[in-house]
Design a protein around this ligand. Structure first.
Ligand SMILES: [Zn+2]
Length: 264
């Protein structure tokens, strides 16, 4: 059996996890779940003033500080921004992470998002959830996981696909009580926050997060929420474990139903 109190979140870049699912992670943490955060890159393109090496060092510290807010572990796979590829070498790294923590719940990017780094990360994570328990697959990489975890995709950025069309989550998690923890984690990414503040003259970094969380919240009749879709392909767990642990909220706004097939 999996350790049912361990959660792994994998984001392409430092701050993706914070924007998209940190409110849910904070709620899981408050229920005693152990949280592990992994980023594919250290965010080496996240500066127009510092060199890749300089910004990498700073952003690794920011990501670790954010993880510390949840008393979570943090690991980086040290791929490069905009260069994440779907290779066996990359799969090996992420497989090592999932086998290291043996999670019951995994959260990552949706299969379609606005940039390839996010989409490739999603595909790699989907793979390692499936192959983690396979004894003969990359047998030299850690101990096989106890089983395929519950896999969830957080919202695409701005809750839209690349055609600009709204993406409807299967369910949302009410993060009203954990919004400030989410903001505290995001604020750890000070290089990115400052960069936007200088460029746009306002604290857009935290404000955007609040707007997106409030948008999902409005759809569900709560203050703030995060949306998710569950991977329900062959062999993946079919129950909604995350929903059972935290309770789900659904849209009460008939103009923006969460699922077109949901009964009225
Ligand atoms: Zn990203």
């Amino acid at each position: 059996m999996q350790d049912h109190r361990t959660v792994l979140a994998v984001g392409a870049h430092p701050d993706d996890i914070e924007f998209m699912c940190a409110g849910t992670l904070a709620r899981l943490r408050s229920k005693g779940y152990r949280i592990h955060l992994v980023t594919m890159t250290a965010g080496d393109c996240g500066s127009d003033k510092l060199s890749p090496e300089e910004i990498t060092g700073i952003r690794l510290g920011e990501a670790a500080a954010s993880a510390a807010v949840l008393d979570a572990s943090y690991a980086c796979c040290h791929e490069k921004d905009i260069q994440i590829e779907y290779t066996n070498a990359v799969r090996r790294k992420v497989l090592g992470e999932i086998r290291r923590v043996n999670p019951s719940i995994v959260l990552t990017h949706p299969p379609q998002d606005y940039m390839a780094d996010h989409e490739i990360t999603s595909l790699v994570v989907r793979d390692v959830c499936f192959t983690g328990p396979m004894k003969n697959y990359m047998a030299e990489v850690g101990k096989p996981t106890d089983g395929i975890p519950w896999l969830y995709y957080w919202d695409p950025l701005e809750c839209k696909d690349w055609t600009g069309k709204s993406v409807e989550p299967q369910f949302c998690i009410d993060i009203t009580e954990s919004l400030e923890t989410k903001a505290k984690m995001l604020a750890c990414h000070d290089t990115q926050r400052s960069w936007l503040r200088i460029q746009h003259g306002m604290d857009e970094y935290l404000e955007k997060m609040r707007q997106w969380s409030a948008f999902r919240g409005r759809q569900c009749g709560v203050g703030y929420a995060e949306g998710f879709r569950q991977h329900l392909g062959h062999a993946y767990p079919q129950t909604n474990f995350l929903g059972e642990v935290l309770g789900i909220v659904e849209s009460s706004d008939t103009r923006a139903p969460l699922s077109p097939t949901r009964p009225a």
